[in-house]
Design a protein around this ligand. Structure first.
Ligand code: GLU
Length: 488
């Protein structure tokens, strides 16, 4: 089995592209196959200079390594189409020789004129095809000598596929089953453009053939190109790889998840945006894997290796799948909680230092441990500033509702109790507080709430006693005193 991910460097890698790469990767891993990266950069007009680097960086962040491709090499290289032009030219000439393709010299004015002549109510968009090709300037209508003369003097030309009408062409798609189409629906595709470069269709099939690709797994938007590819394979007498077209990714509000409507709904589009936002690569891959595929049971959390051990194309659905950002957040939370807290602390330490000043790794890890159940992203640790600095204000609504006339006195009384504690850990603090509550026959809330508010400025947050241990006795007493004075 040999599969390939074949992005065009016309922009940054987006999540749909990452899903395609992932499915290819998983299938290769499942069957001990080879995953190839091929850069389809024949469209000079849409070329974006740093897009290839972005694709490589994004795949590497995700951990989707390929066995063959740019920078890695392999027996079927080069893996950039711009470096394979000679081969496409050779195949195009072969097609002409076989009578399956022809040279066309028409100017754009001549093509417009043809369309003008043929436009009717029943035929609003006439095409360059079996109906019209014989009235055009091409190697089917010109003499051999004329064609040669034009080629020799360097006239501009394109190579077009000669599509015979009346054939039913069909193929078996691993996701969609039998797909068939009438060749009449296909026009005489341009295979080589006037700049001498191949179109996507020609380069794509030549490379899939030459690179011995066995399975083509790509997005549904390419399904309509497949008839053209099958015709090309047939014309060359080559057998086509197994096709598999992945279901569309739909917007939560319906319709295809386009760049525009994703942005409107706050859904990041490029993989780089997910990286910057702080998504865990494992979470994003796990989420994307289930966006169109299911393992056949209700297991949701699966790392790359687990997914690769059960992945199969027959569990890929045909129906479009809705993108659910909340579900992705859930995955991220699960992956974050499974991480080592020290690793998280190390990764957020620079952020903490930048925002709050110099804190030790130990303190930051303590903060992470307290907050982990409340975090979706690593950077969410910054949402608990009180773990690093005293609150500058107290939540107004809670003060009004729950700060009682005796709250300040209670804080002072409990302060002296805490002061006398010889060891400062969560269990001792809790024991001390509860003992006094019992002795004085108080309600637990009547002191827990003022303490929390004094320490954080907020009515809710992480475990109170654990937080007190982390902040240290001096800091806790100072914050309690401050609140007692300010809110009295
Ligand atoms: N270059 C095409 C793309 O940008 C490849 C489609 C295919 O996989 O054949 O997605």
């Amino acid at each position: 089995m040999r599969v390939r991910f074949a992005p065009s460097p016309t922009g940054y890698l987006h999540i749909g592209g990452l899903r395609t790469a992932l499915y290819n990767y998983l299938l290769a891993k499942r069957h001990g196959g080879v995953f190839v990266l091929r850069v389809e950069d024949t469209d000079q007009t849409r070329f974006v200079a740093d897009a290839e680097q972005d694709i490589l960086d994004s795949l590497s962040w995700a951990g989707l390594s390929f066995e063959e491709g740019p920078g890695v090499g392999g027996a079927f290289g080069p893996y950039r189409q711009s470096e394979r032009s000679a081969r496409y030219k050779e195949v195009a000439e072969e097609l002409v020789r076989l009578g399956k393709a022809y040279f066309a010299f028409d100017s754009s004015e001549e093509i417009e004129a043809m369309k003008g002549r043929h436009t009717t109510a029943e035929n609003p968009t006439p095409r360059y095809d079996f109906n019209t090709r014989l009235e055009m300037v091409n190697s089917l209508t010109l003499s051999e000598a004329d064609v040669k003369a034009r080629l020799d003097r360097g006239d501009e030309f394109v190579v077009r596929l000669l599509v015979e009408p009346g054939q039913v062409v069909s193929f078996q798609d691993a996701v969609r089953g039998n797909v068939s189409f009438d060749s009449q629906a296909v026009d005489d595709q341009v295979l080589v453009k006037s700049d001498g470069l191949p179109t996507y269709h020609l380069a794509n099939i030549v490379d899939d053939h030459d690179m011995q690709i066995t399975h083509v797994i790509r997005g549904e938007e390419w399904l309509s190109s497949t008839p053209k590819h099958i015709l090309l394979y047939n014309a060359l007498g080559w057998s086509a790889p197994q096709m598999a077209h992945l279901p569309l990714i739909l917007s939560p509000t319906g319709g295809k998840l386009s760049k525009r409507n994703a942005e409107k709904q706050g859904i990041p589009v490029s993989v780089q945006q997910y990286i910057q936002h702080g998504y865990e690569p494992g979470a994003l891959l796990n989420f994307l894997a289930l966006l169109g595929w299911n393992p056949g049971n209700d297991q949701e959390i699966m790392d790359l290796e687990e997914m690769a051990s059960v992945f199969s194309l027959d569990r890929v659905g045909q129906a479009g799948v809705q993108f659910d950002l909340q579900k992705l957040s859930w995955f991220n939370e699960q992956y974050l909680r499974a991480k080592n807290t020290k690793d998280i602390a190390e990764s957020v330490l620079p952020l903490v230092k930048d925002r709050f000043g110099d804190y030790s790794l130990g303190h930051v890890e303590g903060a992470v441990k307290l907050m982990i159940e409340r975090m979706t992203f690593e950077k969410d640790i910054l949402d608990a500033p009180y773990l690093f600095e005293a609150p500058t204000a107290y939540d107004e609504k809670s003060v009004q509702k729950r700060w009682k006339t005796d709250s300040s006195d209670l804080l002072t009384a409990f302060s002296s109790e805490f002061e006398s504690l010889s060891s400062w850990d969560a269990a001792s603090i809790e024991g001390c507080l509860k003992a006094k509550v019992e002795r004085d026959a108080l309600g637990l809330g009547s002191i827990m709430f003022p303490v929390r508010l004094s320490l954080t400025g907020e009515p809710s947050g992480p475990d109170l006693f654990g937080m007190m241990e982390l902040l240290g006795k001096n800091e806790v007493l100072a914050r309690m005193q401050k609140a007692a004075n300010e809110l009295r």
